[in-house]
Design a protein around this ligand. Structure first.
Ligand code: ADP
Ligand code: MG
Length: 848
């Protein structure tokens, strides 16, 4: 074992407790890192790696200056790392031996509070997952806003991921016995840092957080994330709000796939907001509102009355154009009250923050006044009682200076007139300065030296400066020489020094006093944290409702009629995102699924608009259930409990799953969990495998949904053969997308009509894309050949199949099954004619 210096021993000791973090070890004006931390940090932060004598070996070391540490910490956090801040906790001057050091805070992706590291319009959640006997408890906290939630998930691990997806969760705390694969899946799907915590105690002074939670599993689940925060932050967490139990049964269930496929908040292509439902709906004016909107989109409601209440609120705001405009302007004046409250609790607000808070509160009476004009009681009374906010406003208005600096230790943050003693210090300082300012003129007169100057510097304080040419006029009985420059001499006088002492003393005292007064105001503010959080909640609701009203008006949305029966009846429906791009070009379509129509089987050529039509319904349902109006002329909809999707060719390349596998996983998830009240959107399922495989699967899936589930289902397919199902499945109806064709040219009308499409137009689309004529002609020829062969095959298939599969309910003969499997597995395109002959020969032998 190597011998280390006492300080390195101390480092190693502390590092042991913080293995999963970069340990920022305070040494004078630097945070230093050693060993592996240093090697890794040098790379991640692009800083110079050096080394240090640590006993009998050289130790890799790198460091960042204390003053610019925040920038480096931010970089590491953004990369998903954690940083343990280790400070000197005793004065190095008085310390005996090695200065005592302690980790004072662990900064982690899920626990950041610094404004510069947070995204304004996004929550920053840290979640915990606690497996219990037969289900999971998830809890998540946004430390910057103080919100805490807990839910019980009665299903599988996959549902945990779906629930947290889109949330945005930066860090996930799990018990140490969670297996590696689960950890990897969490990190992968949720892009989060994984941390371990086995404790789940909630100290008695924080018990109120879980008041009202009865289920012990929920309390323990929250306890895990709480313990982790508590241990890493090492400070009071006054702003944490009572844990809200989210009963998942009250919200529409959207699995991971649907959240992703419907592009609710991020696009599949580049994960940006562009092209998403969020981008259309977000006209919020505040950061609080922007975050609230995301929560609403993520959790469509299930209660008819609550949905209808939101619709009414939006309607009321829509019919008050001027009030709406005024409210929007007023909300623009609002800063992020929710996060300010969090920082007040954390003790890291400065005077500018408090001034922002004051400005935000100053517009409240106006907001209240405008709301009172709106004849919808739930809007009229949206704001809480204004009294506590008036008190806060007054406190800040008399206490905090109008143009304070960022620092709270250099004065200039408390208003004149707030505190008598402070005013006296300031007066003394002002008088002293005025005296000094007069001194120059006085001394010039007295000495007759016109160029005489009074100045100040940090080392010598105030001085009188006389150029060398004028030295003969200086009265050395009054002036005492202090400093010699090349061209001048600097002097002091006893009166000047006395004034200087008074000024500096007054300055020092007033800065100290200001700091104390500021801390007192900040502490006083802590009493108002719950009120501020309530206000933030209401303002954010108002902001989202206003946004809905604006968007609904601009885009001509209609208030949906929520019905109890199992019908979907929408006239002239549009896709909210696509219509934004296409403007007037977009062709509206109807949805008519009465009580007896559950499955629409959609056929039509590529590029006709099938996928658009299907997604459109998904988005309309979500818009309706989050309380917004919908893009249509008329809409009658039930409340859907879940939406399942299988849409588009979004290959899950990252996790290495093939399109077909993803397709089957999505289908499995849907058929297993869907109910009669769900919406299923299956877009060209079975595409990723060979024709017969795919068609067989597609058909059996439609039949299963039709017979066993009875969910409203849009099922698009390129297998025209499936349209025959209309005859055997009573609740299935064929629709197709209309195209116009003359002289071999195809024009897409994007119009959905009853009945099946007569053929596929793939080759026409290729032509539209200007593939060379040779290819198009050849393809047309091949198509005709294929169609002729498959017609032949259909004629001869029926009786032969019977002998291969089964007879009179008897189990299939194993060797036959083997042969079929082999046939299905073989890729004819890769075979030479000779291979094919041999293969056939082998097969025949097996059947003998
Ligand atoms: P499909 O799924 O049938 O191949 P898509 O739904 O992907 O077709 O639509 C192809 C393109 O057609 C879309 O990108 C869009 O530009 C256009 N489109 C689809 N539906 C409409 C519509 N209702 N009105 C106008 N254009 C549409
Ligand atoms: Mg499509």
């Amino acid at each position: 074992m190597a011998k280390y210096t006492p300080m390195m021993k101390q480092y190693i000791q502390i590092k042991k407790e913080h293995k999963d973090s970069f340990l920022f070890f305070r040494l004078g004006d630097f945070y230093e890192m050693f060993f592996d931390d240093a090697l890794k940090a040098a790379k991640e932060l692009e800083i110079t790696l050096t080394q240090r004598d640590g006993g009998d070996e050289k130790i890799p070391m790198c460091g960042v200056p204390y003053h610019s540490a925040e920038r480096y910490i931010k970089t590491l956090i953004e990369k998903g790392y954690k940083v343990a801040i280790c400070e000197q906790v005793e004065d190095p001057k008085t310390a005996k031996g090695v200065v005592k050091r302690e980790v004072v805070q662990v900064i982690t992706p899920g626990t950041i509070m610094e404004g510069s590291m947070l995204t304004e319009e996004e929550n920053n959640f840290i979640a915990s997952i606690t497996p219990t006997q037969e289900n999971f408890v998830i809890s998540y906290v946004d430390l910057s806003t103080g919100e805490s939630f807990v839910s019980l998930i009665e299903r599988e691990f996959k549902d945990v991921i779906s629930e947290l997806y889109n949330r945005p969760v930066r860090e996930i705390v799990v018990p140490s016995d969670v297996d590696d694969q689960s950890k990897e899946e969490l990190a992968h799907y949720l892009n989060a840092t994984i941390s371990i915590e086995d404790g789940n105690d909630i100290p008695s002074e924080y018990q109120y957080l879980v008041d009202g939670l009865e289920d012990d599993r929920l309390i323990k689940g929250f306890g895990r994330v709480f313990q982790y925060i508590f241990k890493s932050q090492k400070r009071f967490l006054l702003h944490l709000q009572k844990v809200e139990y989210v009963e998942l049964a009250h919200y529409m269930k959207l699995d991971l796939y649907s959240k992703r496929n419907l592009e609710l908040m991020e696009s599949i292509r580049d994960k940006s907001k562009k092209g998403t439902l969020l981008s259309v709906l977000d006209q919020t004016a505040t950061a609080m509102g922007a975050r609230k909107l995301k929560k609403w989109i993520d959790r469509p409601l299930l209660s008819k009355s609550v949905i209808e209440k939101r619709h009414q609120q939006v309607e009321a705001l829509m019919s008050h154009f001027f009030e709406r405009e005024e409210l929007k302007e007023a909300l623009k004046e609002m800063y992020d009250i929710e996060r300010l409250a969090g920082r007040i609790s954390y003790g890291n607000v400065n005077a500018r923050d408090l001034l922002q808070l004051k400005r935000s509160l100053s517009s409240l009476p106006n907001v209240q006044h405008i709301l009172a004009q709106i004849d919808e009681s739930t809007i009229k009374n949206l704001l809480p009682e204004l009294k506590p906010y008036e008190d806060v406003y007054k406190l800040l208005d008399v206490g905090i200076a109008e143009d304070p600096p960022i620092s709270i230790t250099e004065g200039g943050i408390i208003k004149d007139g707030y505190h008598e003693q402070l005013d006296q210090y300031r007066e003394a300082s002002r008088n002293g300065k005025a005296w000094v300012a007069n001194l120059e003129a006085e001394e010039r007169q007295r000495t007759g030296i016109k160029s005489l100057k009074v100045g100040y510097n940090k080392v010598f304080g105030y001085y009188i400066e006389v150029t060398k040419a004028n030295l003969s006029n200086v009265d050395l009985s009054r002036y005492e020489r202090k400093q010699t420059l090349t061209n001048a001499e600097r002097y002091i006088t006893p009166e000047l020094k006395e004034k200087e002492r008074l000024i500096l003393e007054a300055n020092d005292r007033s800065v100290e006093l200001e700091y104390e007064l500021f801390i007192a105001i900040r502490d006083q503010m802590k009493d108002y944290i719950p009120s501020l959080q309530l206000l933030a909640e209401r303002i954010s609701q108002l902001d989202v409702l206003l946004s809905f009203a604006n968007v609904s008006e601009t885009n001509n949305y209609v208030k949906p009629n929520i019905v109890d029966s199992h019908v979907v009846n929408i006239e002239d429906a549009r896709h909210p995102v696509v219509e934004k791009v296409m403007k007037d070009e977009f062709v509206p379509n109807n949805f008519n699924l009465d009580e007896n129509t559950n499955v629409l089987l959609i056929t039509g050529p590529n590029m006709a608009g099938k996928s658009t039509y299907m997604r459109q319904l998904g988005l309309i349902v979500i818009m309706s259930q989050i309380g917004c109006f919908v893009p249509a002329k008329f809409a009658e909809l039930p409340v859907f409990d879940q939406i399942f999707t299988r849409i588009g060719a979004a290959d899950d390349l990252v996790s290495g799953q093939s399109t077909f596998m993803v397709e089957m996983l999505e289908a499995e998830h849907a058929v297993k969990n869907a109910t009669q009240h769900s919406l299923i959107l299956f877009d060209e399922i079975g595409r990723g495998t060979s024709t017969y495989d795919g068609m067989a699967l597609a058909q059996s899936i439609v039949e299963y949904i039709h017979d066993q589930i009875g969910a409203k289902t849009l099922f698009s397919t390129h297998y025209h053969e499936l349209t025959a199902l209309e005859e055997s499945l009573s609740q299935l109806t064929n629709v197709h997308v209309e195209v116009d064709e003359h002289d071999g040219e195809v024009v897409f009308l994007h119009h959905i009509k009853e009945g099946k499409a007569d053929k596929s137009y793939g080759v026409h689309v290729a032509k539209l894309a200007h593939l060379p004529d040779d290819i198009i002609n050849r393809a047309n020829y091949l198509l005709e050949t294929y169609e002729a062969t498959s017609a032949l095959r259909e004629q001869s298939s029926s009786d032969e199949q019977l002998t291969l599969f089964e007879t009179n309910d008897q189990p299939p003969i194993q060797k036959n099954v083997d042969v079929i499997n082999e046939l299905q597995g073989v890729n004819l395109m890769n075979m030479t004619p000779m291979d094919a002959m041999n293969f056939l020969y082998e097969l025949k032998k097996k059947l003998d």
